[in-house]
Design a protein around this ligand. Structure first.
Ligand SMILES: O=C(O)C(=O)C[C@]1(C(=O)O)C=C[C@@H](O)C=C1
Length: 118
Protein backbone atom coordinates (compact mmCIF):
# COMPACT_ATOMS: atom_id res chain seq x y z
CA UNK A 1 0.00 0.00 0.00
CA UNK A 2 1.30 3.48 -0.82
CA UNK A 3 1.79 5.92 2.07
CA UNK A 4 -0.77 8.62 2.74
CA UNK A 5 0.99 11.91 1.85
CA UNK A 6 -1.42 14.05 3.86
CA UNK A 7 -1.11 15.08 7.50
CA UNK A 8 -4.73 14.21 8.08
CA UNK A 9 -5.43 11.40 10.54
CA UNK A 10 -7.79 8.69 9.34
CA UNK A 11 -10.84 9.87 11.21
CA UNK A 12 -14.14 11.49 10.37
CA UNK A 13 -13.43 14.43 12.74
CA UNK A 14 -12.02 17.66 11.28
CA UNK A 15 -9.35 19.91 12.71
CA UNK A 16 -11.73 22.84 12.38
CA UNK A 17 -14.17 21.36 14.90
CA UNK A 18 -11.79 19.39 17.16
CA UNK A 19 -9.09 21.34 19.09
CA UNK A 20 -7.05 18.16 19.63
CA UNK A 21 -6.85 17.57 15.88
CA UNK A 22 -6.02 21.22 15.24
CA UNK A 23 -3.13 20.92 17.74
CA UNK A 24 -2.04 17.64 16.11
CA UNK A 25 -1.95 19.35 12.71
CA UNK A 26 0.05 22.26 14.14
CA UNK A 27 2.59 19.91 15.73
CA UNK A 28 2.87 17.83 12.55
CA UNK A 29 3.56 20.97 10.53
CA UNK A 30 6.47 21.72 12.91
CA UNK A 31 7.73 18.13 12.59
CA UNK A 32 7.64 18.40 8.78
CA UNK A 33 9.68 21.62 8.92
CA UNK A 34 12.22 20.07 11.29
CA UNK A 35 12.51 16.93 9.12
CA UNK A 36 13.13 19.12 6.06
CA UNK A 37 15.85 21.02 7.95
CA UNK A 38 17.44 17.72 9.02
CA UNK A 39 17.55 16.50 5.40
CA UNK A 40 19.11 19.77 4.22
CA UNK A 41 21.69 19.70 7.04
CA UNK A 42 22.54 16.06 6.29
CA UNK A 43 22.92 16.82 2.57
CA UNK A 44 25.29 19.69 3.47
CA UNK A 45 27.28 17.38 5.78
CA UNK A 46 27.59 14.76 3.00
CA UNK A 47 28.74 17.42 0.51
CA UNK A 48 31.48 18.27 2.99
CA UNK A 49 32.46 14.64 3.68
CA UNK A 50 32.59 13.93 -0.08
CA UNK A 51 35.31 16.60 -0.26
CA UNK A 52 37.09 14.92 2.68
CA UNK A 53 36.81 11.58 0.84
CA UNK A 54 38.45 13.00 -2.29
CA UNK A 55 41.17 14.70 -0.23
CA UNK A 56 41.88 11.44 1.66
CA UNK A 57 42.06 9.44 -1.59
CA UNK A 58 44.50 11.97 -3.11
CA UNK A 59 46.68 12.00 0.03
CA UNK A 60 46.45 8.19 0.51
CA UNK A 61 44.91 8.63 3.96
CA UNK A 62 42.73 5.84 5.39
CA UNK A 63 38.93 6.28 5.06
CA UNK A 64 38.31 5.95 8.81
CA UNK A 65 39.92 7.94 11.62
CA UNK A 66 38.95 6.27 14.92
CA UNK A 67 40.62 8.89 17.14
CA UNK A 68 38.66 11.68 15.43
CA UNK A 69 35.49 9.62 15.91
CA UNK A 70 36.22 9.23 19.65
CA UNK A 71 36.44 13.02 19.99
CA UNK A 72 33.25 13.52 17.94
CA UNK A 73 31.33 11.02 20.09
CA UNK A 74 32.38 12.75 23.32
CA UNK A 75 31.48 16.16 21.92
CA UNK A 76 28.09 15.02 20.60
CA UNK A 77 27.22 13.18 23.81
CA UNK A 78 27.88 16.40 25.76
CA UNK A 79 25.84 18.50 23.28
CA UNK A 80 23.02 15.94 23.63
CA UNK A 81 23.10 16.09 27.44
CA UNK A 82 23.01 19.91 27.30
CA UNK A 83 20.04 19.75 24.91
CA UNK A 84 18.19 17.13 27.01
CA UNK A 85 18.52 14.54 24.24
CA UNK A 86 19.46 10.93 25.03
CA UNK A 87 23.28 10.79 24.55
CA UNK A 88 23.10 7.09 23.59
CA UNK A 89 20.73 7.99 20.79
CA UNK A 90 23.03 10.84 19.66
CA UNK A 91 25.98 8.43 19.60
CA UNK A 92 24.04 5.81 17.61
CA UNK A 93 22.91 8.46 15.13
CA UNK A 94 26.48 9.70 14.62
CA UNK A 95 27.77 6.13 14.21
CA UNK A 96 25.06 5.48 11.59
CA UNK A 97 26.02 8.59 9.61
CA UNK A 98 29.77 7.97 9.88
CA UNK A 99 29.36 4.34 8.73
CA UNK A 100 27.77 5.67 5.53
CA UNK A 101 30.51 8.31 5.12
CA UNK A 102 33.22 5.65 5.42
CA UNK A 103 31.43 3.59 2.77
CA UNK A 104 31.53 6.64 0.46
CA UNK A 105 35.22 7.26 1.27
CA UNK A 106 36.04 3.63 0.41
CA UNK A 107 34.19 3.90 -2.90
CA UNK A 108 36.03 7.14 -3.78
CA UNK A 109 39.40 5.55 -2.89
CA UNK A 110 38.65 2.39 -4.91
CA UNK A 111 37.64 4.57 -7.86
CA UNK A 112 40.85 6.62 -7.58
CA UNK A 113 42.94 3.40 -7.52
CA UNK A 114 41.15 2.11 -10.62
CA UNK A 115 41.65 5.42 -12.43
CA UNK A 116 45.36 5.66 -11.54
CA UNK A 117 45.97 2.13 -12.85
CA UNK A 118 44.47 3.23 -16.17
O1 LIG B 1 37.05 13.69 9.62
C1 LIG B 1 37.31 12.74 8.87
O2 LIG B 1 38.45 12.27 8.75
C2 LIG B 1 36.24 12.14 8.07
O3 LIG B 1 36.49 11.32 7.21
C3 LIG B 1 34.81 12.49 8.39
C4 LIG B 1 34.18 11.52 9.38
C5 LIG B 1 32.77 12.10 9.67
O4 LIG B 1 31.83 11.73 8.98
O5 LIG B 1 32.67 12.96 10.55
C6 LIG B 1 34.07 10.17 8.74
C7 LIG B 1 34.99 9.17 8.95
C8 LIG B 1 36.06 9.28 9.96
O6 LIG B 1 36.29 8.08 10.62
C9 LIG B 1 35.85 10.42 10.88
C10 LIG B 1 34.97 11.43 10.63
Amino acid sequence: MSPDPSNTPHTSKSAASDPALAELERLRASIDNIDAALIHMLAERFRCTQEVGKLKARAHLPPADPSRETRQIERLRQLARDAHLDPDFAEKFLAFVIREVIRHHEAIAADARRTSKG
